[in-house]
Design a protein around this ligand. Structure first.
Ligand code: GLY
Ligand code: MN
Ligand code: MN
Length: 434
């Protein structure tokens, strides 16, 4: 759990970064409709969650730095017994102050009358622009109100994209965030282990998905993205989520499934032999992928550029594919020409945190960012031989393999948050055969 004092620390730090003459405004995620009056499951906006922990839509946070510790104001829905009988309980402005550490809270219905005055005379306004049409329109409305105020209000001189400050903060995970990410990782690892037991020859991919979802929900987690459960050549489709085909003995099964715990994500991929035994070709490709992943994880250390993991994985995969004669002309030539991109078409990782593909710049001053303690990345090399690639002998075709872990940089090197889920050949075969 993230303590109220940590949310307060984040707000203070953001206000300090923005300066005493700024104002910052962040909106909650809107409720999104699936169709008619059926809504998608509600997920709070990650930035809004990071700064408040407040779980409802129709809310706006205003941070008003000042000489002292500044002022933190929340606009949120009022209590409404009739609506609450339909949609569930609301916090309401009165409780928001004490429960969420606000200095003040007002009904969101009154925001147009109250917020423009709070922006008056501020030099800079930090917001997200161009994300939500409704928020953009609201923002312009507030500025118009301010300008039309009696005597003409002073509109902020500068409008600044909030992400540059806020996402820099989110990039460095605190001990409490890492604890949640460890939990999300453990739940996803256990879920995948349970799911493999459902992966009998003849079973449908959705039966495996059902086992994943059961294990996640049984621990109060939700999937952090739609799971990929891909048997055979389906694994060559990188974001396959149909999950409708039947598994055949001798196929590989690629499962890419993360859990989300209190809004923090995990993201794990393993590739299992259906029936419990790799074929010679599958095993050869699996071993290259695994070696690439270990080599990449070695590069996840403080001081290493973000790109070092991908470069290491690429070198191992290119060397391996050349040794297996799937690439011709030698490793150096293949690397130079980019021929390996036919079989390894994606990058080796991304930041992970509140979002699966988390925020934070990958480059600083036009150079790859150097890793620092508190940053968390995925390491996920893969090899995919398309089923219709006639440039390789047929025995290799239609095999897709990815191995993905979540790795936190620490003072000593790194911590593989998803390490409880085995990936070495013998263990993978044993689990798949059980
Ligand atoms: N599960 C999405 C990804 O691996 O990036
Ligand atoms: Mn993944
Ligand atoms: Mn990933």
């Amino acid at each position: 759990m993230i303590a109220p004092s940590e949310f307060a620390r984040r707000r203070l730090e953001l206000m300090r970064m923005a300066g005493p003459d700024a104002a910052l405004v962040v909106a909650a995620a809107p409720r999104r409709m699936r169709n008619a009056d059926a809504a998608w499951p509600y997920r709070q906006d990650s930035d809004f969650h990071y700064l408040t922990g407040f779980p409802e839509p129709d809310a706006v946070l205003a941070l008003l730095p000042g000489r002292g510790k500044g002022e933190v104001v929340l606009f949120c829905r009022e209590r409404d017994p009739e609506r609450e009988r339909i949609d569930g309980a609301r916090v309401g402005p009165e409780h928001a102050v004490a429960r969420y550490g606000m200095d003040d809270a007002f009904p969101v219905e009154d925001i147009d009358d109250i917020l423009p005055g709070m922006l008056e005379g501020r030099a800079r306004l930090y917001c997200h622009f161009g994300r939500e049409n409704e928020f953009d329109a609201q923002l312009l409305r507030w500025l118009r109100r301010l300008r039309a105020a009696r005597g003409g209000g002073v509109v902020p001189r500068e409008f600044v994209a909030l992400g540059h400050l806020l996402h820099e903060l989110r990039l460095y995970k605190s001990p409490a965030e890492l604890a949640l990410m460890r939990r999300a990782a453990k739940i996803a690892a256990d879920a995948q282990r349970a799911a493999v037991q459902a992966a009998r020859p003849g079973a449908a991919e959705y039966e495996v998905e059902a086992a994943l979802l059961h294990a996640m929900r049984a621990h109060g987690a939700v999937p952090s993205y739609p799971p990929t459960v891909a048997g055979g050549a389906n694994a060559c489709v990188l974001h396959y989520t149909d999950n409708r085909a039947r598994l055949a003995r001798g196929d590989l099964l690629l499962i890419d499934a993360g859990a989300e715990m209190e809004c923090y994500a995990s993201d794990i991929t393993r590739t299992w032999p259906v029936g419990g035994k790799f074929s010679r070709e599958q095993r050869a490709l699996y071993e290259v992928t695994l070696e690439a992943q270990y080599a990449a994880i070695e590069e996840v250390r403080a001081g290493c550029p973000f790109t070092a993991a991908h470069d290491a994985a690429t070198r191992v995969i290119v060397r391996g594919l050349c040794a297996l004669k799937l690439l011709s002309g030698g490793a150096r030539a293949a690397l130079k020409s980019g021929d390996h991109l036919r079989f390894f078409p994606h990058k080796t990782g991304h930041w992970i945190g509140l979002d699966v593909h988390d925020v934070g710049d990958y480059r600083v001053d036009d150079e790859p960012r150097l890793l620092e303690p508190g940053m968390v990345v995925t390491v996920e090399p893969g090899i995919y031989i398309p089923p219709d690639d006639v440039s390789v002998p047929s025995k290799w075709r239609g095999v897709g393999i990815r191995i993905e872990d979540d790795v936190a940089v620490d003072a000593h090197g790194n911590e593989v948050l998803t390490a409880t889920l085995p990936k070495d050949v013998g263990e993978v075969e044993a689990i798949a055969a059980a």
